[in-house]
Design a protein around this ligand. Structure first.
Ligand SMILES: [Zn+2]
Length: 256
C-alpha cells in the first residue's frame, strides 16, 4: 500500500526535505515523504512551497487521506498509514500540469507559522488539562478543537455555562502547569506508530500534533469562554506574551 513518510514525526524541527512525487491530482501533489504537517487533531496545516523542476509551487493546505483505523482504546478515530496531499495554490495550478510522477522535489514549510502552531497546540493542552481537572466529565463532552497561530479553543457539550469563577480557576490551574516548565514528552504506541500521545508530569493526552519541548515559551495563558449555541460552550486560550519570544525559542526551527 502506498504511504507518505511523515518526517514531522521523526523530527518535528525539520523544515525542509527532498522527496519524490508519487501521485498527481488535479489540485494536489502527493509525495513519498514530507515535512508538512497535515490538518488534523485540531491543528491547522502547514503552509509552504514545493520546489520542483518546473518552478516553485505553493501550498496552503495539507491533507492526510486513506489511512486505516488503528482501533485502539483511547485513540478513537486514529488512522495509520495513508498518504499526504499538498493542495496547490490556485495561481500555481498551471505549473502542476507540467509535473510528472517520480520527479525529485524539495518541500519547505513556513517555519514561523509551524512554530506558532506548535506553541498554540501545547498551550491548548494546558487549557484542556485544566478544564478536565475542573470537571472530568468534560472529557467525554468534548466535541471539537481548533488550534490556530494566535489562539486555540475547545468546544464542549454543556447544559450550563462556565461562570467567571470557573474560568478563573481553569486559567490558574493551566498557568500553574505551564510555570512548572517540565519536559513535554511525545511518543507513540509500539503497535501503531500513528497512535501518538503527549505527556506532561502525570498527564497524558492522545495527540498527533507538534509540540514544544517545554512550555515556558507560552508565557501566561488568558482563558475566556464563548457561547456557541444552545447546550454548547467554548473555551478559548490566548497567549499574548508568547510571540515576542517565539523566534528565540524556536531558533533551531527558524534558522533551519
Ligand atoms: Zn493535541
Amino acid at each position: 500500500m502506498r504511504t507518505t513518510t511523515k518526517l514531522y514525526y521523526e523530527d518535528q524541527y525539520l523544515t525542509e526535505c527532498p522527496a519524490h512525487i508519487s501521485r498527481l491530482y488535479t489540485e494536489a501533489i502527493e509525495l513519498d515523504r514530507t515535512v508538512a504537517f497535515p490538518e488534523g487533531g485540531g491543528q491547522e496545516a502547514d503552509h509552504g512551497v514545493i520546489d520542483t523542476p518546473v518552478g516553485a509551487i505553493r501550498f496552503q493546505q495539507v491533507k492526510r487521506m486513506y489511512g486505516l483505523p488503528c482501533n485502539i482504546d483511547g485513540f478513537r478515530g486514529v488512522k495509520t498509514g495513508g498518504v499526504i496531499l499538498h493542495l496547490v495554490h490556485t495561481d500555481d495550478l498551471p505549473l502542476l500540469a507540467r509535473l510528472d510522477v517520480g520527479m525529485p522535489v524539495t518541500v519547505r514549510i513556513d517555519a514561523l507559522r509551524r512554530a506558532k502552531l506548535t506553541l498554540s497546540h501545547s498551550a491548548s493542552h494546558f487549557l484542556y488539562a485544566a478544564a478536565i481537572h475542573h470537571d472530568f466529565h468534560l472529557e467525554e463532552q468534548t466535541i471539537g478543537c481548533h488550534i490556530k497561530e494566535t489562539s486555540a479553543r475547545f468546544d464542549f457539550l454543556c447544559d450550563g455555562k462556565f461562570d467567571g469563577e470557573t474560568i478563573r480557576r481553569i486559567q490558574t490551574v493551566a498557568n500553574s502547569l505551564i510555570e512548572q516548565n517540565l519536559p513535554i514528552e511525545l511518543g507513540s504506541l509500539p503497535k501503531c506508530p500513528d497512535a501518538r500521545y503527549w505527556r506532561y508530569g502525570g498527564i497524558e493526552i492522545p495527540c498527533g500534533g507538534t509540540h514544544l519541548d517545554r512550555p515556558a515559551a507560552i508565557g501566561t495563558l488568558n482563558v475566556r469562554r464563548k457561547n456557541v449555541g444552545k447546550g454548547k460552550e467554548r473555551l478559548i486560550c490566548e497567549f499574548p506574551e508568547a510571540f515576542a519570544d517565539v523566534r528565540r525559542y524556536h531558533q533551531g526551527l527558524i534558522s533551519a
